[in-house]
Structure formats: structure tokens, C-alpha cells
Design a protein around this ligand. Structure first.
Ligand code: ADP
Length: 171
């Protein structure tokens, strides 16, 4: 598996699947979630609504992942995953790792070979970037997925630098 870091906007990535840092409601939100729904159009939300009416009546659990169409985005699928809110008193890193593992599991089941990830939980959910980068890269490396390229799309030079450092530290 090739691991690639880029600085940019995830909604512009030409890949098989774009991962969304969603919330449990699957009804859209701010940050990367808002950008994906704006750019992808209403078809994504329609499928999210259908998921809420069927498999995920109580919402998508934290650490889980589910796919929908990518609508008008230059990808085939959006894989929605719900990151944990960062807590200083409770270690939720297993849930953050689960987002990456489960997203790759969904990608494998779809036959997606290229997947773009944002830095899940590092925005509104406040996870410190350097720590999130370390958890994300380790989870992906250990996932045992048949995805051929994982592309991290970092939204700022600082986020890119943290991921670059974490990748270097991993050797
Ligand atoms: P969360 O609720 O999981 O923290 P956010 O969407 O608030 O999700 O933030 C996750 C990360 O995505 C943050 O680092 C944020 O800067 C970044 N981000 C926001 N918009 C985009 C975008 N269009 N492309 C890539 N990353 C983005």
C-alpha cells in the first residue's frame, strides 16, 4: 500500500473513495462534512437519510463507517465515519483508530483501490493534530487492507507538517 500526503481540499481528489469525517446523525455538518455535501450535491444526503431510516436508526456509531454515492464529487463513493470527540480525561484513541480500520474495511468490500482521508476528529472534535496523525498512520499500516493508495488530504501547512513528521517517526 502506498501512503501519500497532500495539502489540499479533499472534495477535489480523484480517487475511488473519499472519506468523510461525519457525525452520528449522518445529516451533514460543518468542516469537511459540510464541504463534501455542498460539493457532492443532494444525492449524498438522500442516501444518508435512507441509512438513518434503515440500518442506522440511532445514527452511525463512533468508530464505524458506511458508504454512499459520491454524487457530483470526482469519486465513486463517500465513506462516512464518525470520529470521537477528543477528551483529555479519557483515552479514545481506539475509536479514532477504528475509524480508519473500518473505513478501509468498507473500501475493501466496495473494491475501491484508492482512498482519500481527511484528518478525522482534528477539527470541531479538537483532537491534537500530531497525536491524531500518529494514530491514523499506525491504524492504516496495521489494517491489512487491499487498498493500493491511501491519500491523506491535509487542509493546512501545519497539518501537513504534523503528518510528515508522524510518517517519518514511523520509519
Ligand atoms: P471533526 O468533527 O471530525 O473534527 P472537521 O471537519 O471539523 O471534523 O475537521 C477534520 C479535519 O478536516 C480538520 O483538520 C479540518 O481542518 C479538515 N478539513 C476541513 N475542510 C476540509 C476539506 N475541504 N478538505 C480536507 N480537509 C478539510
Amino acid at each position: 500500500m502506498k501512503l501519500v500526503l497532500v495539502e489540499g481540499d479533499i472534495t477535489e481528489q480523484r480517487v475511488d473513495a473519499i472519506v468523510n469525517a461525519a457525525n452520528s446523525s449522518l445529516m451533514g455538518g460543518g468542516g469537511v462534512d459540510g464541504a463534501i455535501h455542498r460539493r457532492g450535491g443532494p444525492e449524498i444526503l438522500e442516501e444518508c437519510r435512507a441509512l438513518r431510516a434503515s440500518r442506522y436508526g440511532r445514527g452511525l456509531p463512533v468508530g464505524a463507517a458506511v458508504a454512499t454515492t459520491a454524487g457530483r464529487l470526482p469519486a465513486r463513493w463517500v465513506i462516512h465515519t464518525v470520529g470521537p470527540v477528543y477528551s483529555r480525561s479519557e483515552d479514545r484513541s481506539h475509536l479514532l483508530a477504528s475509524c480508519y480500520r473500518e473505513s478501509l474495511h468498507v473500501a475493501d468490500s466496495l473494491g475501491a483501490s484508492t482512498v482519500a482521508f481527511p484528518a478525522v476528529s482534528t477539527g470541531i472534535y479538537r483532537w491534537p493534530m500530531a497525536d491524531a496523525a500518529r494514530i491514523a498512520l499506525a491504524a492504516i499500516r496495521h489494517a491489512g487492507s487491499s487498498v493500493t493508495e491511501v491519500r491523506f488530504v491535509l487542509f493546512s501547512p501545519a497539518a501537513y507538517a504534523d503528518f510528515e513528521q508522524a510518517l517519518g517517526d514511523m520509519g
